[in-house]
Design a protein around this ligand. Structure first.
Ligand SMILES: NC(=O)c1ccc[n+]([C@@H]2O[C@H](COP(=O)([O-])OP(=O)(O)OC[C@H]3O[C@@H](n4cnc5c(N)ncnc54)[C@H](OP(=O)(O)O)[C@@H]3O)[C@@H](O)[C@H]2O)c1
Length: 336
């Protein structure tokens, strides 16, 4: 299958490339596409150096599958071009996630929506993916009525400039900076309860994404009450989320742990005092659930701590899982 990565020089694009190295279905070099800034840059793939090229309409001719990870503006421009050239796009940006014509997919939850025809498949927001990986199996098992989340999100979630800016600010401590380029306030040694643009009702974009995308992936409407406060913390990689669920009926932590132990892609700790941290799990494709306990005073309500690598399950791994399923479906169609 002929493949391309748009945004190959970015944090997520590089992770995608390294995951593709071990995909047996990929038997040719992917085309590496970027903005003019990184055109000409060399990136290693399977022991050889590939050269990044500036994205253009002709870049999608002869490409079957394109993994996009270049931001919403580039996706809005290039996804229709790629689709018209006969390409299937798996898009990591927020550009198409709420488009009713575009499937929004976490393979373990709604992988049945993956279709190998030319078009667009959207990868959800990084926080949404890890939360839904923990909540959807419980919804299937016992029914979930409410999900209230506070996220603590790593700076790599905002791209490579944000990572560099945290390193610079950390070196400059204790200087206070206001309105820096990657953050609304100083990030170093701080917590910022504001991710993305302002949205209605006093929320920020990241919070609205979690609410709307969760319902879409779980095929639920307003009957699933979701609330989110999204914060950025000075962690390099790995988003954490404190989650409170209200179930349809009384549910014990032991029931929830047993359900999650049988959920693909989830690792869960049964001891409620034990826990995972972002630093320890960075580099893993799985979602990690710990601190599962009863909300005191409510036998229908559970509390838990959910951690995942935002660059892997939150972005590149989820996209490569979708790409792998597409490759398998195309191979099966050819054989049949
Ligand atoms: N980071 C995460 O944890 C995460 C998780 C889920 C989703 N996402 C989404 O994934 C996308 C990429 O994130 P990232 O963290 O990898 O960002 P990043 O490190 O800033 O990388 C951005 C990449 O996009 C390319 N690019 C930017 N504008 C472009 C344009 N107009 N045309 C062509 N290429 C362009 C850049 O190329 P140059 O090098 O040439 O500038 C670079 O390769 C974003 O949409 C983000 O929302 C990220």
């Amino acid at each position: 299958m002929r493949t391309a990565i748009l945004g190959a020089s970015g944090l997520v694009g590089r992770k995608m490339l390294s995951l593709l190295e071990s995909c047996p279905w990929l038997n040719s070099d992917p085309a590496l596409l970027t903005s003019p800034r990184s055109a000409g840059q060399e990136i290693e793939f399977r022991g050889r150096k590939l050269i990044c090229r500036e994205v253009s309409a002709s870049a999608f001719h002869q490409i079957d599958l394109a993994l996009f990870s270049a931001g919403g503006a580039a996706s809005r421009t290039w996804a229709p071009v790629a689709k018209n050239a006969g390409c299937l796009v798996v898009d990591n940006s927020s550009a198409w996630r709420l488009d009713p014509q575009v499937p929004l997919v976490v393979p373990e939850i709604n992988g049945f929506m993956i279709n190998p025809k030319p078009g667009i498949i959207a990868n959800p927001n990084c926080s949404t993916i890890q939360i839904v990986m923990a909540v959807a199996p419980l919804d299937q098992a016992v029914g979930v009525k409410e999900c209230h989340v506070t996220t603590l999100q790593a700076v790599s979630g905002a791209g490579q400039k944000a990572v560099q800016e945290l390193l610079d600010q950390t070196r400059d401590y204790p200087a206070i900076q206001t309105g820096t380029s990657a953050y609304p306030r100083t990030m170093a040694f701080n917590v910022l309860p504001a991710i993305g643009a302002k949205t209605e009702g006093g929320s920020y974009e990241e919070e609205t994404k979690v609410v709307l995308e969760m319902r879409r992936i779980m095929d639920r409407g307003l009957d699933l009450h979701v609330s989110c406060t999204a914060t950025r913390v000075p962690v390099m990689t790995g988003h954490s989320a404190a989650v409170r669920l209200v179930c349809a009926a009384a549910t014990t932590p032991a029931q929830a742990v047993a359900t999650l132990q049988n959920s693909p892609g989830v690792q869960v700790l049964a001891d409620p005092h034990d826990f995972h941290t972002a630093r320890e799990i960075a580099g893993s494709n799985d979602v990690f659930v710990s601190r599962v306990r009863q909300d005191p005073g409510c036998d229908r309500s559970l509390l838990m701590w959910v951690v995942a690598d935002n660059l892997l399950k939150g972005a590149a791994w989820n996209a490569v899982q979708i790409a792998t399923e597409i490759a398998h479906q195309i191979a099966a169609d050819k054989q049949g």
